[in-house]
Design a protein around this ligand. Structure first.
Ligand SMILES: [Zn+2]
Length: 170
């Protein structure tokens, strides 16, 4: 019985984490399909060994369970990704555009991904901007703010200095 609860929790967690994205829908659909498959296999095995009437109760419970997992999962996967109220975020990369409202509403591009408001309105435009951002990140990986912060704050620079000193001495 615990397994059913854990399984439902996993599907719901995956749906919530990936909500409004392909990964969330994939977890939800995969999770429900797996249950239907198990249900189907269970019936086949029961038929094979002629104990269908003994597992009828389990099967009656299983359908509401699958509906519950799927229903709550669907609710979770449709939950909006919460962004702070009153702030403006890029629809493509979620970059905070609150300080750039004038520029952005005037047709200026997002400084992070280069998408304009017009572009971010359509699905095709968002996809294009996302591709552009991915391409840029591939070509200039050091431009990623998280990565450069990590290097700047750490001791990663020190081996470089010592290496340079040794080179000059030798
Ligand atoms: Zn952006």
């Amino acid at each position: 019985m615990l397994l059913f609860v854990v399984y439902a929790m996993l599907v719901w967690y995956g749906s919530l984490r990936g909500r409004r994205r392909l990964s969330g829908y994939a977890v939800l659909i995969g999770g429900v399909l797996f249950l239907l498959l198990v249900n189907r296999l269970h019936l086949e095995v029961a038929k094979m060994y002629n104990f269908v009437e003994y597992v009828a109760v389990l099967r009656v419970l299983l359908y509401p369970y699958i509906a519950l997992v799927g229903g709550i999962g669907f609710f979770l996967v449709r939950l909006p990704i919460d962004l702070p109220r009153g702030e403006l975020h890029c629809k493509v990369c979620r970059y905070d555009l609150s300080d750039l409202k004038d520029e952005v509403f005037g047709g200026g591009p997002c400084p992070e991904c280069g998408a304009t408001i017009e572009e971010a309105k359509s699905r095709a435009g968002r996809r294009l901007a996302r591709k552009r951002l991915q391409k840029r990140n591939r070509e200039e990986p050091n431009e990623m703010p998280g990565l450069s912060l990590g290097i700047a704050g750490s001791t990663a620079d020190e081996p470089d200095y010592s290496a340079r000193d040794e080179y000059q001495e030798g």
